[in-house]
Ligand binder design. Structure first.
Ligand SMILES: Nc1ncnc2c1ncn2[C@@H]1O[C@H](COP(=O)(O)OP(=O)(O)OP(=O)(O)O)[C@@H](O)[C@H]1O
Ligand SMILES: [Mg+2]
Length: 326
């Protein structure tokens, strides 16, 4: 488990103070995939560098697996850092070493014996689907393959936490999907806790269990995705499952519906017209797989007829749909 309590990082930049991370508190459960979504300059990389202690926070505490990292001595920190693996946007591979030798490097640094290193590298190459590429140099690998090497290297020391800073931003959409699925597969196979930092909604939608929205150094929202998408007022939900621009000039009553289970919605809308005699039209919205569930957010309009608004809203809520008047 990872716990951050009021983590702040202030940089002194040519006489000015820049607060890159501003009082972030966060809990990531063991085995979870947690996404941090934010625009450029939001403070994501700074937060990640605090998490792996490449950067000391100005204040606040960071606890990984029950060990508080900020107050540690330099030497203890070196050991504690081995519990955390990091994957980078631009791979950061050594060009003079083969894929296998890049993966082996952190094991050499920590003094693992040669035979054990070789065995571990073979396992890791297989885990990331590169068994036939170990002898290739980075210049002979595609972007997706390089990132597979980066992921294997991050996992070499069997960390309990895997951090990723925009690991897929340099990749095309199809390769992005493959790398995200690899993160998920590794998470399921090894139980490693994953924290992904990204500016792409797709990354969060595809594999995260929980997420936070970061702006100007702060978390403006965070929680389990299924909970967030069921909240019609959630900004993160609107980014992940946009309902689109809403034309309020269309006559009728306008509602935003959110549901964390697809089975809730189709029969509910069709039964609504049958049971209450109300015709509902869908104006826009998104149905997507999120955190392993088919979830959705819809804008709908209906003509109030014989049924009252309370009856319509109550009918949908009883069937697990969250409803707000748009
Ligand atoms: N070493 C530094 N010295 C001074 N200011 C810094 C330093 N590193 C980052 N900052 C500032 O902190 C803020 C957050 O930067 P950070 O790199 O964490 O954002 P980010 O969310 O990762 O952005 P991007 O998506 O572009 O990578 C920015 O205003 C940046 O200029
Ligand atoms: Mg960054």
């Amino acid at each position: 488990m990872i716990t951050l309590d009021s983590v702040t990082k202030v940089y002194a930049d040519r006489g000015k103070h820049v607060t890159a991370v501003d009082g972030v508190s966060l809990t990531v459960d063991s085995g979870e995939i947690f996404g941090i979504l934010g625009r450029s300059g939001a403070g994501k990389t700074t937060l990640l560098r605090c998490l792996n202690l490449l950067e000391r926070p100005t204040s606040g505490t960071i606890t990984v697996d029950g060990v508080e990292l900020v107050s540690m001595s330099r030497r203890d920190l070196r050991t504690a850092r081995q519990r955390i693996g990091t994957v980078f946007q631009h791979f950061n591979l050594m060009s003079s070493r083969t894929a296998a030798e890049n993966i082996e490097f952190p094991l050499e640094v920590t003094g693992v014996g040669r035979a054990e290193r070789r065995q571990r590298v073979t396992e890791l190459l297989e885990l990331v689907g590169l068994s036939d590429r170990g002898g290739n140099y980075p210049s002979e690998l595609s972007g997706g393959q390089k990132q597979r090497v980066g992921i294997a290297r991050a996992l070499a020391g069997r960390p309990s936490v895997l951090l990723s800073d925009e690991a897929t931003s340099a990749l095309d959409p199809a390769t992005t999907e493959q790398i995200l699925d690899l993160f998920k597969q590794i998470n399921e196979a090894t139980g490693v806790t994953v924290v992904l930092i990204t500016h792409e909604a797709e990354v969060v939608r595809r594999i995260c269990d929980s997420a936070a929205l970061m702006e100007s150094g702060r978390f403006v929202e965070q929680g389990p995705l299924l909970q967030l998408v069921g909240d019609p007022d959630s900004r993160l939900a609107e980014i992940l499952l946009p309902t689109g621009d809403h034309d309020l000039s269309i006559p009728g009553r306008h509602l935003t519906l959110a549901f964390a289970d697809e089975r809730a919605i189709e029969p509910s809308l069709s039964r609504l017209s049958r049971d209450l005699g109300v015709e509902v039209s869908i104006l826009g919205g998104t149905l997507e797989r999120v955190a392993g569930h088919q979830v959705g957010r819809l804008r709908v309009v209906y003509q109030p007829g014989q049924a009252s608004d309370d009856a319509v809203i109550g009918y949908l809520r009883e069937r697990g749909v969250t409803v707000t008047a748009a």
